[in-house]
Every structure is written in C-alpha cells, then in structure tokens.
Design a protein around this ligand. Structure first.
Ligand code: FES
Length: 166
C-alpha cells in the first residue's frame, strides 16, 4: 500500500471513530435530563429561612406555591404535613380547586380566600366553605437535609400520599 493510500485509510478510520463517539455520547446525554432542565423544573427552598407559623410564597413551574412552616402550636395534619428537622411544613399549590383562581392569604383570619367565588381554605389548605370541596393540592417534593425541593418526588412525599390514601 502506498503512503498516500495509507494516510487516506487512517483518516477514514479516525473519521468513523469520531462519528461513533459522538453518536454514543449524544445517546447517553439524551437519557439523562440536563442539569439546567432539572433546575428549571424544581424549586429549591431552604426551610431554615422560612418564618415560623406563617405562610411563605414561592412559585413552582410558574404556579403559585404556598408553604406553611409550623410547630405543634398550630393544628397538625399527618396527611398533609411533612416534618423537616423540628418543624412541620404544609406545601400547597396556590391554585383554587374550584375553577383555578389564585386564593389570597388573609393572615388575620388564617385563611386562603379565593377572589373568584369566595371559596375558603384553612392554613393547611383544607376546604372550609364556598364552592370548594377539595383541599389545595400538594405538589411532588423531596427533602434533602433542610432543603425542600418542590418538583422532585422523594420518600417523604410518597409517605404522605400513602397516608392520604389509607
Ligand atoms: S375558583 Fe375559587 S372559589 Fe371558584
């Protein structure tokens, strides 16, 4: 084989090899969600920064998110509360379960009141009056030390679901 032919052969082998490499790399990358997609899909909340016995407001995937951090002086609900450290947290999507308006929190009354048809929920998101019959929805979440990751499914969330269905 002459020298030029050998160079062409080596070049073709190298080209084919790099093609295989990039195809395999692309295939593996597509199996795992990119880090940015994971960050966009979830809301990370440091629970140590939340005020006690008050509702805090966040968003998750452009939806309002209400989080009540409480101690045993407020009513606890084992089907809706998750314990992180020494406190309890009720995590709720802030969308009315009647027709989807955003309830406002009235701290004096300790109630969420829907501006559309006056549906009312208590601090734990339980339907109290008006046309609402279902509680505010608990989004999927995961607990990692003091961090609440809304949008990822963790053990504490699965346990809550199990208790709610029992
Ligand atoms: S949408 Fe909230 S009470 Fe109707």
């Amino acid at each position: 084989m002459d020298r030029n032919r050998r160079i062409v052969n080596y070049s073709l082998i190298a080209l084919a090899g790099s093609g295989v490499y990039f195809s395999v790399k692309t295939m593996f990358n597509s199996l795992e969600p990119p880090k940015k997609a994971r960050l966009d899909a979830a809301t990370f909340i440091d629970t140590t920064t939340l005020p006690l016995n008050e509702v805090s407001f966040f968003t998750w995937q452009k939806k309002p998110l209400f989080i009540l951090k409480k101690d045993a002086s407020l009513s606890l609900d084992e089907k809706r509360d998750v314990k992180i450290g020494e406190y309890y947290y009720t995590v709720m999507i802030g969308i009315c379960t009647h027709l989807g308006c955003v309830p406002k929190y009235e701290s004096d009354l300790k109630r969420f009141i829907c501006p559309c048809h006056n549906g009312q929920f208590d601090q734990n998101g339980i339907a109290l009056s008006g046309p609402v019959s279902k509680p505010l929805v608990i989004p999927p979440f995961k607990v990692q030390e003091n961090m609440l990751i809304v949008g990822e499914i963790g053990e504490a969330y699965l346990q809550l679901k199990e208790r709610a269905n029992a």
